[in-house]
Write a protein that binds this ligand. Structure first.
Ligand SMILES: NC(=O)c1ccc[n+]([C@@H]2O[C@H](COP(=O)([O-])OP(=O)(O)OC[C@H]3O[C@@H](n4cnc5c(N)ncnc54)[C@H](O)[C@@H]3O)[C@@H](O)[C@H]2O)c1
Ligand SMILES: O=c1ccn([C@@H]2O[C@H](COP(=O)(O)OP(=O)(O)O[C@H]3O[C@H](CO)[C@@H](O)[C@H](O)[C@H]3O)[C@@H](O)[C@H]2O)c(=O)[nH]1
Length: 481
């Protein structure tokens, strides 16, 4: 089947950037991204895109209206396209069977049903959303059960590996593109058709093809391995803080082993984002359903350690502030789940702020890209913390910059590794904070010795660093040798 028109259902963090890059690299293809959310589509058609992603603006503006379209007319786009990406959200189920672990596939299923109802010609349906193994089989069953005469469907798995904040670079220069399909001649023809789209810019050797189930599992496996590395280094960070070892040195030492590699070994306040926790829990649930309880327990620990790391960090703040933060003011720098994105889904900052709010702390929050309404919405996800509706607004202040957030605060907490936080005037910040002034670096981005010299009490993940210890280390005292 030759592909001329592509439709993508779901104009989110994946559908939007992925299809913009396809349109950018394949000018002869017409790409239409559709969504049921009219506000989102209006933003994609405006000067202020619904998501912040470096270089996304340029890519969208170079092809929007030429061969890239954003629309709410889902049916028309389905009707016209030969190839349809399903790129809708697959959140953790919050009801019924598998609640809190299984992926909720209701949006994926509704797309399959819509395609079956609308299509008047054969389609290649591409599962771009992250799904449990065998989801493609369910999509195929729905399509085939509703098939009209003369129409044929092929369902492919083509998971997305982009990371937010680097999405455009990841899409333009992917480590690999994975395509899973049926091991039949029609299946392989569909795999080739999708491969042809990517071959416009991705070298052929980076396009990996396999059976559908391997492809689906590979996506969950990749995220589970990445999340597991973070939980592993964060578990090491707890040992470091007790023993006096330095987690960055340990990460460097193990990362030079080419079998381990040096990426994804940055200790932190725990991984956030819409994917890692959701996908690891999805894997845990899959293992339980497959009667593999030991395997399920193994992966569950990756999430448990992440929860532990977040709680450990907020407990450390409370302990260092003389065991109480009640009515104290704490400045939180960064609310997004990582730098270079405005996305806050599952951000560790949410959990840390909620722990501090539970203790009655006042918090001043500054993030360069997250909007006030989003922060307040995220923090109110646990209404039981606030004994009255006004309490949230009483305890939380959203600030226009880091200096305002820090003024008159007892402590400054780095939650997101935004570059600008490393270059602030900490002398000025110190002079406007209450004393003793504390800095908690949850991302290991600050110059800790300079902060100590300015008079701050400094606490960092994975390293015991007090003013006194630092002095001993940096200026060997007489008689210490
Ligand atoms: N965010 C990431 O970085 C990332 C990376 C790789 C894979 N993924 C996976 O990709 C999928 C999408 O993630 P996302 O972050 O783009 O989600 P998102 O929530 O940003 O976007 C999903 C969009 O789908 C729309 N939608 C839902 N049902 C629809 C329907 N029936 N018809 C039309 N539109 C519909 C929603 O309105 C929403 O705008 C998920 O499975 C996710 O796990 C995400
Ligand atoms: O060494 C590290 C690396 C990351 N993180 C944290 O881990 C989280 C996730 O970061 P990252 O993986 O860079 O961003 P995501 O956008 O969540 O991307 C992940 O999830 C996507 C959705 O499935 C996949 O497509 C990507 O390949 C995968 O990296 C963030 O909170 C990071 O701060 C650390 O704490 N330490």
């Amino acid at each position: 089947m030759s592909v001329k028109k592509i439709c993508c259902i779901g104009a989110g963090y994946v559908g939007g950037p992925t299809c913009s890059v396809i349109a950018y690299k394949c000018p002869e293809l017409q790409v239409t991204v559709v969504d049921v959310n009219p506000q989102r589509i209006a933003q994609w058609n405006s000067d202020e895109l619904p998501i912040f992603e470096p270089s996304l603006d340029e890519v969208v503006k170079s092809c929007r209206g030429r061969n890239l379209f954003f629309s709410t007319d889902v049916d028309q786009a389905i009707l016209e396209a030969e190839l349809i990406f399903i790129s809708v959200n697959t959140p953790t189920k919050n009801y019924g069977l598998g609640k809190g672990r299984a992926a909720d596939l209701k949006f994926v299923e509704s797309c399959a049903r819509r395609i079956a109802e609308i299509a008047k010609s054969s389609k290649i349906v591409v599962e771009k959303s992250t799904v449990p193994v065998k989801a493609a089989e369910s999509i195929t069953n729905i399509l085939k059960a509703n098939v009209k005469p003369g129409i044929k469907y092929q369902v492919l798995s083509n998971p997305e590996f982009l990371a937010e904040g680097t999405a455009i670079g990841d899409l333009l220069n992917p480590d690999r593109v994975l395509i899973g399909g049926e091991q039949t001649s029609e299946g392989q023809e569909a795999v080739s058709a999708l491969g042809w789209v990517y071959q416009h810019w991705v070298p052929r050797e980076k396009i990996i093809t396999m059976n559908t189930w391997s492809s689906e599992l590979s996506k969950l496996a990749a995220n589970a391995f990445l999340a597991q590395r973070i939980s592993s280094i964060n578990a090491m960070s707890a040992i470091c803080e007790v023993t006096g070892a330095d987690v960055s040195e340990v990460a460097h030492a193990i990362g030079t082993d080419s079998r381990i590699g040096n990426k994804f070994l940055k200790a932190s306040i725990g991984f956030g984002g819409s994917c890692f926790q959701k996908d690891v829990l999805n894997l845990v649930y899959l293992c339980e359903c497959l009667n593999l309880p030991e395997v399920a327990a193994y992966w569950q620990k990756v999430v448990d350690i992440n929860d532990y790391q977040r709680r450990r960090f907020s407990n450390q703040i409370i302990q260092r502030l003389f065991n109480t933060v009640t009515s104290k003011t704490i400045a939180i720098l960064g609310f997004a789940f990582k730098k270079d994105t405005g996305d806050t889904r599952e951000s560790s900052a949410i959990y840390i702020c909620q722990h501090l709010l539970e203790e009655g702390a006042h918090i001043n929050i500054y993030d360069p890209k997250v909007k006030k309404e989003q922060i307040l919405k995220d923090l109110s996800s646990r209404p039981e913390i606030f004994d009255s509706p006004d309490r949230l607004n009483e305890l939380v202040t959203i600030c226009p910059d880091a200096y305002t957030a820090a003024a008159d605060s007892h402590a400054l907490v780095i939650c997101t590794e935004w570059d600008e936080f490393a270059n602030l005037d900490y002398k000025k910040i110190y002079s406007h904070m209450l004393k003793p002034a504390f800095v908690f670096d949850g991302r290991l981005i600050l110059d800790h010795n300079s902060l100590l010299d300015l008079g701050f009490h400094v606490e960092v993940i994975g390293k015991r660093l007090t003013r006194d210890i630092s002095r001993v280390v940096r200026t060997p005292a007489a008689g210490s040798t």
